[in-house]
Design a binder for this molecule. Structure first.
Ligand SMILES: [Fe+2]
Ligand SMILES: [Fe+2]
Length: 242
């Protein structure tokens, strides 16, 4: 048991993707702040590690077909992210905004926090819209070219630090939504749309965590390691070009 407790949370999720749901249950960040050993994260949050370890071992004992992200090429991994997670954001943004608009309009006087949640969600999807566009149009094609050996070492469009900052900004917005809604808990006698809205927001946040985990903890480190193996363009070659 100590072995897994001393691994970083992001490493546990990278090795066993199904464990993401255990970390969601205990509100342990495995995407933006995943590079902490499990035991240290528990100490920081002042929660006991033992129940989490029990849940992790139970989760690991169940045979599940998992996508093998660590074995994928960068082309396959970026395509998976676009196909699964970018598509999810694009398809769910409008329906969730519409639910929120309805709930904020109908119940906003009794539950003013839902008006704030609506504003935050609109900001989140606007930010994600630009972020996803930049990944699909600039960053991911550059990563694929790099993998095929047809790109220069210079990062140029590989603005990975900016992407990580945007992931953190998105995570801060979802955390605020979670706080405002008391962990997506519907008030007593909430109508079906209210309940559905909160369930959809929770699912949206959970998908975002997996999405960011794949980029921050698997894709970007692999790009960094690929860049470190490439020889810089010799100075004399620059001279020839100029
Ligand atoms: Fe993405
Ligand atoms: Fe991203």
């Amino acid at each position: 048991m100590t072995d897994i407790a001393n691994k970083t949370i992001s490493q546990i999720v990278s090795d066993h993707y199904q464990t993401a749901r255990v970390f969601e249950k205990y509100r342990l960040d495995f995407c933006c702040k995943g590079k902490r050993p499990l035991v240290a994260a528990c100490e920081e949050m002042k929660i006991p590690v033992e129940p989490i370890l029990r849940d992790l071992y139970e989760c690991l004992s169940i045979e599940e077909q998992q996508p093998l992200f660590l074995d994928m090429s960068l082309e396959e991994l970026t395509s998976y992210i676009v196909r699964v997670h970018h598509t999810y954001v694009k398809l769910s943004a409008i329906p969730i905004s519409n639910y929120l608009l309805k709930v904020a309009g109908k119940h906003g006087d009794r539950f003013p926090y839902m008006k704030e949640v609506y504003g935050l969600f609109v900001q989140l999807i606007n930010d994600l819209h630009h972020h996803i566009h930049d990944e699909e149009v600039c960053l991911f094609p550059a990563i694929r070219s790099l993998e095929q050996g047809i790109a220069a070492k210079t990062p140029g469009p590989l603005s990975i630090d900016r992407m990580k900052q945007e992931h953190e900004d998105a995570g801060n917005i979802t955390m605020k939504i979670r706080q405002l809604t008391n962990d997506y808990t519907p008030p007593a006698q909430a109508c079906t749309t209210f309940i559905l809205t909160l369930e959809s927001l929770k699912a949206f946040e959970e998908d975002l965590h997996k999405h960011v985990h794949l980029e921050n903890n698997i894709l970007f480190p692999r790009v960094a390691s690929l860049l470190s193996t490439l020889d810089p363009l010799p100075v004399k070659d620059y001279a020839k070009i100029n």
